[in-house]
Design a binder for this molecule. Structure first.
Ligand code: F6P
Length: 542
């Protein structure tokens, strides 16, 4: 792999691949040569530093990294999460074709369908008002208590599919900061509120603590007996949920072969289903399933997740770009960058390969972003003129959900396209000077100011276009990014499905709790930690 990466670096230099502006000038067909479609999704990567030789190099890298074999092993239910000895089968949760998916000799599809059915019945009951609170009132507000993968997916998806939201109001509590639950409880009426406790392990301290606070809220307002009417749970740890006092008819299970950050398709999606209804949720699953089939079967040059993953690897390991910006031109995708941060950085932020040796080159990049056009007025300055090259990933619908406000959508589209064009074309010193001269500005002023108006250009971006952000299109988009993370992880030769890197902080927090409670001394901690503890306790004591 190392040799192929070095070879590709030479190819880039020899073919001047990073001169994207020149490549466009030389080839009027560049867009059609370096873009592809799936259903109504268009994937344009012509504004990246690619040419036929670079793509051939990336194909060789995909082959050397055995991406296709690894992909097939994932879909087949092999235990590819080797550090936890688990299969990785979030794709089974959206397997709308219902073909058998075998784990340890057993077809998991009957269980998957049974949970989906139970979720549908429960969410219908909440949405219709048939399932009521303890005092006989219908549920108007649902509070999901979870964190990480048990929060980010439902929050992000509920925002994204707001036009389909016709169920009760949704609220999300994740942070252990008391502010989060306190502010949320102020918004709801105990009599008409359902709490969903969402935790794969049912041990996560933030979720368990917030759930206990919510339980005390209901018991305090309506009595202990009311708890069973106002709580339900989503977890793989069914025994622990039962111990919390939630009846089996209100527990929605999933399985250890569903990673937390890949769990939106499971019962973790219950708040979304309650918001948009089971039919829309089915469309959401169907969109992801369509992308799964595309990923499995499309030839590499037409395979959008493969191309997106290869470009990610190329940007990180060949061109050396340390971050990538996710820039949805869709206000309702405002939490999509945060969702992708967990999906990508928790999956591919690893330092050792599958056999425990250090990763060659770099693993996953920093992922960040905000919706356009807001970002344009904040951090785009650095993307255009800063000293770091940041590949930008734009996404935009051809149609908004507000046809009566079409001119706003036209402005949104114009801005999205303008940004990628500006990044690619830039503005030379000559062009800057000519523009200023055309405005009649003085020669010495032009000389002084023109360098500040230069845009290097040749800054890579890719653009994903779709008809409209429907549940189907949305499921397809998330699945696309899941598979891109898979492709990159396969090339880094890491396990993208564990997260040991979050453990140390959890362990130390457990040890520090009695210290900040004042029950134990800070002896044994480093002087900074001990000094900070002393300062916090002194301030708390007033
Ligand atoms: O701390 C990281 C993590 O384990 C994530 O991977 C997971 O999504 C999150 O915590 C929440 O875990 P759980 O669903 O078990 O509460």
């Amino acid at each position: 792999m190392k040799a192929l990466v070095e070879q590709l670096k030479s190819t880039v230099a020899e073919t001047k691949a990073t001169d994207i502006r020149a490549a466009f000038a030389a080839d009027p067909k560049r867009f059609s040569r370096f873009s592809t479609t799936f259903e109504d999704m268009l994937f344009d990567y012509s504004k990246c530093a690619v040419n036929d030789q670079v793509l051939a190099g990336l194909e060789a890298i995909a082959e050397a990294g055995k991406v296709a074999e690894k992909r097939d092993a994932m879909f087949a239910g092999d235990a590819i999460n080797i550090t936890e000895d688990r299969a990785v089968l979030h794709t089974a949760l959206r397997n709308r074709s219902n073909t058998p998916v075998i784990v340890d000799g057993k077809d998991v599809m009957p269980d998957v369908n049974a949970v989906l059915e139970a979720m549908g019945t429960f969410s219908d009951g909440i949405r219709s008002g048939a399932l009521k609170g303890a005092t006989g009132k219908a549920i108007t507000d649902v509070v999901n208590i979870g964190i990480g993968g048990s929060d980010l997916g439902p929050v992000m998806a509920t925002l994204a599919l707001a036009p389909e939201h016709d169920g009760p109001r949704l609220h999300f509590v994740s942070n252990i900061d008391a502010a989060h639950i306190a502010d949320t409880l102020k918004l709801v009426d105990a009599e008409t509120t359902l709490f969903i406790v969402a935790s794969k392990t049912f041990t996560t301290i933030e979720t368990m603590t917030n759930a206990a606070t919510a339980r005390a809220f209901i018991a305090g307002k309506l009595g202990e007996d009311a708890v069973k009417h106002h709580f339900c749970a989503v977890s793989t740890a069914l025994d622990k949920v039962a111990a919390f006092g939630i009846g089996s008819d209100r527990i929605f299970g999933f399985w250890d072969w569903v990673g937390g950050r890949y769990s939106i398709w499971s019962a973790i999606g219950l708040p979304l289903m309650i918001a948009i209804g089971k039919d829309n949720f089915g469309q959401f699953l169907a969109g992801a399933h369509a992308m799964d089939n595309h990923f499995r079967t499309a030839p590499l040059r037409e395979n959008i997740p493969m191309l997106l993953g290869l470009l990610g690897f190329y940007h990180r390991n060949v061109l050396g770009y340390a971050t990538r910006a996710i820039l949805p031109y869709d206000q309702r995708l405002s939490r999509f960058p945060a969702y992708l941060q967990q999906l990508d950085m928790e999956s591919n932020g690893k330092g050792v390969t599958l056999d425990g040796t250090p990763v060659e080159g770099q693993s996953g990049p920093v992922v960040w972003g905000e919706p356009g056009t807001n970002g344009q007025h904040a951090f785009y300055q650095l993307i255009h003129q800063g000293t770091s090259v940041i590949p930008a990933e734009f996404m935009i619908a051809a149609n908004g959900h507000e046809p009566n406000l079409r001119p706003l959508h036209q402005l949104l589209m114009a801005n999205c396209l303008a940004q990628s064009e500006a990044l690619m074309k830039g503005r030379t010193l000559e062009e800057a000077k000519d523009q200023m001269a055309a405005k009649g500005l003085a020669a010495d002023f032009i000389e002084k100011i023109a360098p500040h108006r230069v845009f290097e250009g040749n800054r890579p971006s890719l653009t994903i276009v779709y008809d409209k952000m429907t549940p189907h299109a949305f499921g397809r988009l998330i699945a696309l990014y899941e598979h891109r993370v898979f492709v990159e992880g396969a090339l880094f030769n890491i396990n993208s499905f564990d997260q040991w890197g979050v453990e140390l902080g959890k362990e130390l927090a457990t040890g520090l709790l009695p210290v900040v409670e004042g029950k134990q001394s800070a002896d044994g901690h480093d002087s900074s930690t001990a000094g900070l503890v002393a300062a916090l306790l002194a301030k708390a004591a007033g």
